[in-house]
Design a binder for this molecule. Structure first.
Ligand SMILES: [Zn+2]
Length: 417
């Protein structure tokens, strides 16, 4: 049941930052084992306060400093920026030009509004279970490529709280990548090109790149249910005209006539495939199986916000921040179970605060001697935030394991000399 009231946000946030926010795990993440001196201290955070007051270049000495400031400022939204050459909160005291962004996770931002020309159920900020499949496919396609094609180990996927997802790639070597290399990676991962005025946004060459082939294989698992049934992309003339614009004019008339005779998107899609494959490829009517794939990719392939990924100093909404409009928490997504992830069951700040109230009432008066921190650890575990924090902890475990592996390697190397 959805009962988030934005007017209650300040009070809810107070409770959230005092008793539910997973500071320990959060600090453990951004401190990265304390391997690099001042890594956490040189990290930029930005806070959006009430009435859209936006404060950049916040930075903190340690976990308790972060806790104190968050409880004091009560931010409506938290963004994470780069690790700088100096403490961001002292950037004014540094000589002009000396203050530089040095490292950051490689991030990806996928937003449902970028799919408005290919989803028929909702538009702009709205989402529903019918179009959420676009995000599921995006996560599976990008995550596979990051893991298998690039060898990146530490990928944290996060629900943005409203209409999209973010990915944080946190491998040590990735955090050091230049802006040029980041651009190259996003370029590799982009297939849908051209703005609103461009009708045909995907062009495949005859030789299909393995990345494209593997992406199509993922889309194939969803295409029938998602595109042909739920989105019904060949439902009527208006919708199939959009698809006709993506195929050569030589077959328009034939398709137009026969689409009328078929009863639904499934049948029309089958007919389209048959028509494409029956064309004579030696003639210059440019028909081939890639045509079918180009349509599938245009309707289903992830659309990345390139600027977010390539800029080292670009800010991105933090995991566990709250979405001020929906009240939903930006929770980590378990990629192993991405098909089951449902944005509509993600806890809202009001739902977890209510859960906390119920627990407190049931438990009666608290033992005053117990420390605040002990309370908090126990507190989030008793709310529906717990499973998402578990996903986050698993991600942190893997980071720890990698760091220990690196240390062992280094000490082995030393023994060899
Ligand atoms: Zn929708």
């Amino acid at each position: 049941m959805e009962t988030f009231d934005p007017a209650e946000l300040p009070e809810l946030l107070k409770l959230y930052y005092r008793r539910l926010f997973p500071y320990a795990q959060y600090y453990r993440w951004l401190n990265y084992g304390g391997v690099t001196k001042n890594y956490f201290q040189h990290r930029e955070f930005s806070f959006t306060l009430k009435d859209d007051i936006y404060i950049r270049y916040q930075s903190f000495n340690n976990q308790s400093d972060l806790e104190k400031e968050m409880q004091k400022m009560n931010p409506y939204k938290i963004d994470i920026g780069a690790v700088y050459s100096h403490r961001p909160n002292q950037h004014n005291t540094v000589k002009l030009g000396a203050f530089q962004a040095q490292e950051k996770e490689l991030v990806f931002d996928i937003d449902m509004t970028d799919y408005d020309d290919v989803r028929r159920c909702c538009s702009s900020a709205d989402i529903c279970s019918k179009c959420w499949t676009l995000m599921t496919m995006a996560i599976r396609i990008i995550d596979r490529a990051l893991k298998e094609d690039f060898g990146f180990k530490h990928r944290l996927w996060v629900y943005s709280g409203r209409r999209g997802v973010h990915c944080w790639v946190c491998d040590e070597s990735v955090r050091k990548l230049s802006s040029a290399v980041r651009s190259g990676i996003v370029e590799y991962l982009s297939l849908v090109k051209g703005g609103q005025d461009v009708k045909k946004k995907v062009h495949l060459s005859e030789k299909i790149h393995p990345f494209v082939r593997k992406s199509i294989n993922i889309i194939k698992k969803y295409f029938e249910d998602y595109a042909l049934v739920d989105q019904d992309i060949l439902e009527n003339k208006e919708s199939w005209d959009k698809i006709l614009a993506l195929v050569p004019e030589t077959i328009h008339e034939k398709l137009q006539q026969n689409f009328q005779k078929h009863h639904n998107s499934l049948q029309r899609w089958e007919y389209l495939k048959k028509t494409i494959s029956s064309q004579d490829n030696t003639k210059n009517d440019k028909c081939g199986p890639w045509l079918e794939w180009e349509i599938m990719l245009q309707y289903c392939f992830p659309r990345l916000d390139i600027n977010v990924s390539k800029g080292i100093n670009h800010l991105l909404k933090s995991p566990f921040s709250v979405h001020p409009k929906t009240g939903r928490i930006s929770v980590p997504i378990d990629v192993q179970k991405v098909d089951q992830f449902d944005p509509f069951t993600v806890p809202t700040i009001s739902s977890i605060c209510r859960e906390l109230d119920t627990i407190s009432t049931n438990e009666g008066k608290r033992n005053e001697a117990e420390s605040d921190i002990k309370h908090r650890t126990r507190d989030y575990k008793k709310t529906s935030l717990a499973p998402y924090i578990k996903v986050f902890e698993q991600f942190l475990e893997n980071l720890d394991k990698s760091r220990k592996g690196e240390l062992l390697k280094k000490s082995d190397l030393q023994k060899d000399f």
